[in-house]
Design a protein around this ligand. Structure first.
Ligand code: NAD
Ligand code: MG
Length: 380
């Protein structure tokens, strides 16, 4: 029996993780956390019988506590709740499937408590990779990537640990606006941007795919996970989303992982690594796919992606500024307060404006986040 805890159980990755639990009798859910959707969380709690659930919102947590008063399940709130879920004694692996930098502290706490991490929350490595990776090594825990591209790279590196990586070929679907010009994007609506061609995901990451900022965050994530330089990470637009990424070695061999776009495969792989399990899902049929195509990204139209390389080159707290500015800009776009093309504009201005800090501590990362939010509030 493998005991798992999930941060963000009501979201896209969270519910797909529970789907994997349904398919594998030797997985036991011991703790769940969510933001505010207590209707779904209560249903999950009754079905999986964890010993602990956490809700970010205090009032909602009290309400859920009343609802679950006929059970033995403990209910916690706020950051204390997330930390309790992350460090629960009986859990062995934590799935980090919440959105945003809020994921950093619970992830650090889980590593210190010796839990392996199935990492979906990409903001953690983007902003605090320099803290997380050495900490994981110190506590001898595994960071198992859940992001499909990083899972593909991780799978491609199996048995290759001692061979030098020449480069990583990080694939991108190109999102709903692939092939469009900058001018074409002036009038796009929230609805247009939420319409991803291949993947069904949470709202924030879907907008990030439309701007290609998501790929920028993934370049940063890849740098930390696989110890390569930004120059070794090449983004390849592959509209069919069948090759989920690949590694090119010194001898020119390219090893990649293919499959239908289904996040449950990387989740399953992370939960049982190095073992593979049956996934009850659609299988890849190369005959029906027919053609796989590859293109260079359009870095002028989707300049959020080149800003990510700039942020990586600058290092220090600049990736945090990039991430926080994007987070706030996407929220404003989803709220109808700014236009689509203002998202990269806001990121670029924030990167120019916010103070620089080399090798930031966790406190300095969080200060950078606040400073970025304040700057954006004062201007937009
Ligand atoms: P989502 O919006 O569907 O779900 C987010 C989850 O986090 C929900 O359960 C929500 O209740 C919870 N949450 C939000 N704020 C919270 C808070 N303050 N406290 C506790 N819980 C909170 O998001 P998602 O698409 O599942 O993405 C989750 C993470 O995984 C993101 O970092 C995303 O970049 C990454 N990711 C997602 C996908 C995907 O296919 N969805 C793929 C790769 C990586
Ligand atoms: Mg991805």
């Amino acid at each position: 029996m493998k005991h798992i805890a999930i941060l963000g159980s009501t979201g896209s990755i969270g519910t797909q993780t529970l789907d994997i639990v349904d398919q594998n009798e030797d997985l036991k859910v011991v703790a769940l956390a969510a933001g505010s959707n207590i209707t779904l969380l209560e249903r999950q709690a009754r079905k999986y019988q964890p010993s602990l659930v956490a809700v970010w919102d205090e009032a909602k947590a009290s309400e859920l506590k009343r609802h679950l008063s006929d059970t033995e399940i403990r209910v916690c709130a706020g950051m204390d709740g997330l930390l309790a879920v992350a460090t629960l004694e009986e859990s062995e692996i934590l799935v980090t499937a919440i959105v945003g930098m809020l994921g950093i502290r619970p992830t650090i706490a889980a590593i210190e408590a010796g839990k392996d991490i199935a990492l979906a929350n990409k903001e953690t490595l983007v902003t605090a990779g320099h803290i997380i990776m050495p900490l994981a090594q110190k506590h001898q825990v595994s960071i198992l990537p859940v992001d499909s591209e990083h899972s593909a790279i991780f799978q491609s590196l199996n048995g290759e640990r001692h061979n030098k990586i020449d480069k990583i070929l990080l694939t991108a679907s190109g999102g709903p606006f692939r092939g469009k010009t900058y001018e074409d994007l002036e009038q796009v609506t929230v609805e247009d941007a939420l319409h991803h061609p291949n993947w069904s995901m949470g709202r924030k990451i879907t907008i990030d795919s439309a701007t290609m900022v998501n790929k920028g965050l993934e370049v940063m994530e890849a740098k930390w996970l696989f110890g390569v330089t930004p120059g070794q990470i090449e983004v390849v637009v592959h509209p069919q989303s069948i090759l989920h990424s690949a590694v090119q070695f010194e001898d020119g061999a390219v090893i990649g992982q293919m499959g239908v776009p289904d996040m449950r495969l990387p989740i399953l792989y992370a939960l049982f690594y190095p073992q593979r399990r049956t996934l009850y899902a659609e299988e890849l049929n190369l005959f029906s796919v027919g053609t796989l195509t590859f293109e260079r990204p359009d870095l002028e139209t989707f300049y959020g992606l080149s800003l990510a390389y700039d942020a990586l080159d600058a290092g220090g707290n600049v990736p945090t500024v990039f991430n926080a500015a994007n987070e706030r800009a996407v929220a404003k776009f989803l709220d109808g307060q700014i236009r689509f093309l203002q998202i990269p504009e806001i990121i670029a201005s924030s990167m120019e404006e916010i103070f620089y800090k080399e090798d930031p501590t966790l406190e300095e990362i969080l200060e950078t986040e606040t400073a970025t939010y304040d700057f954006i509030e004062s201007r937009w």
